[in-house]
Design a protein around this ligand. Structure first.
Ligand SMILES: Cc1ncc(COP(=O)(O)O)c(C=O)c1O
Length: 422
């Protein structure tokens, strides 16, 4: 038994599921986890998610529920809200969205009508599906106009954002994305939104932990509506929040419930409160800055080995590597890396000539390995492993992958994982 908290009752009741949970704990322990949207939550957050709060229905908001028996849930939700407001310095917080996608849908529901024009970042350039991409409901039900990055710099093209905003007068502008390795210029977005009368939505799902820890500028004071997941750099449970200024609070609350959702997931709300309590502590600032220091060190080590990084480097937790000059696609490289104990995802790069399911790039992030305790001095070794595996993948040579996996396990054995004991 390696999972912590231990799961003896589950093991007895459903050994099949318990076995897979145990195997997942070991997998997470043994791999260098570089998926940019993932992390390891604390044991306290894990415990909160596994409580009897999952039994309770609480449609509505604290003090205004449609079900009785909220003596404990109301204070839990109020604590989560107060902590969110304090950590981010926001006027208002809604902690009920089930995840990042519904949080973004709530912003549409609150401030736009179907068919209205919205402006978001194109998916292949680093935007999220819910910023108006064609296959998403947001792209089907709204008239989505998309901006991207500059070819020469790999950075968000703010001139294009301004030009498109002036031409199309969107109701909503989304700033933020899933594969943006550079600081997002929230004041510049705010100026554009104000000029055209749009509501600026800052989607900080990826960088929320960095914002909370002072390692990325905050959108508070620039974007009246801020959506975020709670499970990436913020290191909380799967869930989401919407932060707003006072003016936009009511519309967002109405959109989340009753507009879009029924009962909030109270076990998640409790775990969000716990994670926000952790994020308010001074050591979380060290964590957030450590994530960025590790990403920069990993970027430098990969650049030294001739890797091409979109935008030439990183300011945050995330790196986007274009493997074109290594003569291998992102997908075979990611698959070989996974077999070698290095977990990441294949990703399109801006202006990618290849298809999204077989793109040119890989995306890496340092949120999880920083939680594990890895530091900048460990990044050259990770870059060296990546290089060995990518070089082998280009030759379709699988012979060295197990050796790398063993070396990875040996390093990681020194770094405890919350949620696992050997
Ligand atoms: C920027 C951004 N927004 C929204 C989401 C959606 O979050 P979820 O997967 O929780 O629906 C993601 C997830 O990757 C994201 O990166």
């Amino acid at each position: 038994m390696t999972h912590q908290p231990a799961i003896p009752t589950l093991s007895a009741a459903d050994p099949e599921i318990a076995g897979l949970v145990e195997a997942e704990a070991t997998r997470q322990h043994d791999k260098v986890r570089l998926i940019a949207s993932e992390n390891y939550v604390s044991r306290a957050v894990l415990e909160a998610t596994g409580t009897v709060l999952t039994n309770k229905y609480s449609e509505g908001y604290a003090g205004r529920r449609y079900y009785e028996g909220q003596q404990n849930v109301d204070p839990i939700e109020r604590l989560a809200i107060e902590r969110a407001k304090a950590v981010f310095g926001a006027d208002h917080a809604n902690v009920q969205p089930y995840s990042g996608s519904p949080a973004n849908l709530a912003a549409y529901l609150a401030f736009a009508q179907p068919g209205d024009t919205i402006l978001g970042m194109a998916l292949p350039d680093g935007g999220h599906l819910t910023h108006g991409w064609s296959v998403s409901a947001t792209g089907k039900w709204f008239n989505a106009v998309r901006y991207g990055v500059r070819k020469e710099t790999g950075r968000v093209d703010l001139d294009q954002v301004r030009d498109l905003a002036r031409e199309h007068r969107p109701k909503l502008i989304f700033a933020g994305g899933t594969a943006i390795p550079r600081i997002i210029d929230f004041p510049a977005f705010a100026e554009i939104a104000e000029e055209v009368g749009a509501v600026l939505v800052a989607d900080i799902a990826h960088i929320a932990g960095l914002v909370a820890g002072g390692a990325h500028p905050s959108p508070v004071g620039h974007a009246p509506v801020i959506t975020t997941t709670t499970h990436k750099t913020l290191r909380g449970p799967r869930g989401a929040m919407i932060l707003t200024d006072a003016e936009h609070a009511k519309a967002v609350d109405k959109a989340v419930f009753p507009g879009l959702q029924g009962g909030p997931h109270n076990h998640t709300t409790a775990a969000i409160a716990v994670a926000l309590g952790e994020a308010a502590r001074p050591d979380f600032r060290d964590y957030a800055h450590g994530v960025v220091a590790n990403a920069k060190a990993l970027a430098d080590a990969l650049l030294d080995r001739g890797y091409e990084l979109v935008s030439g480097g990183t300011d945050n937790h995330l790196l986007l590597v274009d493997l074109t000059n290594k003569q291998v696609g992102g997908k075979p490289a990611a698959q070989a890396l996974d077999r070698a104990g290095i977990e990441l995802n294949y990703n399109t790069v801006p202006f990618d000539p290849r298809k999204p399911f077989d793109p040119s790039g890989i995306r890496l992030g340092t949120a999880a390995i920083t939680t594990r305790g890895l530091r900048p001095e460990h990044q050259p070794a990770i870059a060296e492993w990546i290089d060995r595996v990518v070089t082998a993948a280009a030759r379709e040579d699988e012979s060295g992958l197990d050796t790398v996996a063993a070396e990875v396990r040996e390093l990681l054995a020194e770094f405890p994982m919350p949620g696992y004991v050997a």
